[in-house]
Write a protein that binds this ligand. Structure first.
Ligand code: GDP
Ligand code: CA
Length: 321
C-alpha cells in the first residue's frame, strides 16, 4: 500500500515515527512543509524537513524536541561573535553539517527534492521525504512591529507578538514538485499529520497544484487532530489559529479543513476522545469523525494513533475514487 502524509516538523515527525512502526511493509511518502525554510548565515535551513529527517534517522534530540542529539554549539558561538545569523536562533554544529551539505548541493544545481533525497540516503529512514515544492515560499508574519520571517516570529518573539496575517512570499510563482504531486495522485491512503493547521498543513495545501492533486486523488483523505481536549498539544500553534479566526478546537479545525465532498480536504477526521462531543456536527458537514486516544509517544501510542488513522481511512471512501 502507498501511504502519503502531509506533515510539518515536530507533530509530523512524531506521527511519521508511529506510522512507520504501524505500517512497516507499506511505502510511505511524507510531503513536508517548506514555509519555515530560510537562508541563514549562508546556509539553507529547513526546520520541518530536518525535524522529520532526524527523528526518522533516530539522531534527533528527543528531549528538546528539535535538532540533533549530543549537539554542541561552538560554530554558532563563532557566528554570533562575527554578528552573523540570529543570536537567538542556535544552529548546532551537527545540524550545521546538514545545512552546509544541503547548501552545497543546492549551489551545485540540485533541487531541494534532490538534495533531500541525498541527505536521506545516509540513513535507513524507511520513508521518502519530499519537500512539497522546490520553490522558495517563506512564510512571513505581518505584525504591528513589521513583517518578519516565520522563524523569527516563532523563536524570537515566541509567537507572543500578535500576528495580523501570514503571507506566503512567492507562492503565486511556486508549483508543487512533480514528486510530491505523484505521491498524492498515486497514494492508496492520504493522511494529514497532527501538524500546525495554519503554518504547516495550511502552507502545504496553499502551494499551487496541491489542492488540485488532493481533490482528484483516488485515495481517501483522513486528518489527525493536532488538538487534544480543546488545547494545542506542545507549543504555540493556538496563536496561529487565532490569527486566521479559527478556534483551537478539534471540530473547528476539521470544519476549517472542510469536507472533501464539499470542496474541502477531509473524508475522515480522527479526534481525541476528550473532543468526542464536538464530532456529531462534523458528520453533518460530511466528514466521518471518530474519537481515539491521540497522544503521540514513541514506542507505543504513536503507532496505535497511526493504525487508527489507517483503519478510519479504510472505512471512508474517496469521492474521487
Ligand atoms: P512544527 O512544524 O515543528 O511546528 O510541527 P508540526 O506543524 O508538525 O506540529 C505541531 C503541532 O503538533 C502542535 O501544534 C500540536 O498541536 C501537535 N502535536 C504535538 N504533539 C502532539 C501529540 O502528542 N498528539 C497530537 N494529536 N498532536 C500533537
Ligand atoms: Ca514548522
Amino acid at each position: 500500500m502507498r501511504i502519503t502524509v502531509l506533515a510539518g516538523g515536530v507533530g509530523g515527525a512524531r506521527f511519521a515515527l508511529g506510522l512507520r512502526e504501524a505500517a512497516p511493509d507499506d511505502q510511505i511518502s511524507i510531503v513536508a512543509n517548506v514555509g519555515d525554510d530560510m537562508w541563514l548565515a549562508g546556509v539553507k535551513v529547513c526546520p520541518d524537513l530536518d525535524s522529520l529527517l532526524y527523528a526518522l534517522a533516530g539522531v534527533g534530540d528527543t528531549e528538546r524536541g528539535w535538532g540533533r542529539a549530543g549537539e554542541s554549539e561552538r560554530v554558532s558561538a563563532e557566528l554570533t561573535a562575527y554578528g552573523v545569523g540570529w543570536p537567538w536562533f542556535t544552529l548546532g554544529d551537527l545540524d550545521l553539517g546538514t545545512h552546509l551539505a544541503r547548501a552545497a548541493m543546492l549551489r551545485d544545481g540540485a533541487t531541494l527534492t534532490e538534495a533531500t533525497a541525498r541527505l536521506s540516503a545516509r540513513w535507513p529512514l524507511g520513508v521518502t521525504l519530499l519537500p512539497v515544492t522546490d520553490d522558495e515560499v517563506p512564510t512571513h508574519v505581518v505584525t504591528d512591529e513589521g513583517t518578519m520571517h516565520f522563524e523569527e516570529w516563532w523563536v524570537r518573539t515566541r509567537a507572543q507578538l500578535p500576528a495580523r496575517r501570514f503571507v506566503q512570499h512567492g507562492v503565486e510563482r511556486s508549483r508543487v514538485s512533480a514528486q510530491a504531486r505523484a505521491a498524492i495522485a498515486q497514494a492508496d491512503v492520504i493522511l494529514l499529520a497532527p501538524s500546525n493547521p495554519v503554518v504547516s498543513i495550511g502552507t502545504i495545501v496553499g502551494i499551487p497544484g496541491v489542492r488540485d492533486a488532493l481533490e482528484t486523488a483516488a485515495a481517501p483523505i483522513v486528518g489527525v487532530s493536532p488538538i487534544i481536549g480543546g488545547r494545542v498539544v506542545r507549543g504555540m500553534a493556538a496563536t496561529c489559529l487565532a490569527t486566521i479566526g479559527v478556534e483551537a478546537d478539534a471540530a473547528a479545525v476539521a470544519a476549517h479543513y472542510g469536507a472533501r465532498s464539499r470542496g474541502g480536504l477531509l473524508d475522515g477526521w480522527l479526534a481525541a476522545e476528550e473532543d468526542a462531543a464536538g464530532l456529531p456536527r462534523l458528520r453533518e458537514l460530511g466528514i466521518r469523525a471518530e474519537a481515539r486516544p491521540l497522544l503521540l509517544t514513541p514506542g507505543g501510542p504513536a503507532a496505535q494513533v497511526a493504525a487508527d488513522a489507517l483503519a478510519l481511512a479504510a472505512r471512508v471512501s474517496s469521492p474521487a475514487g
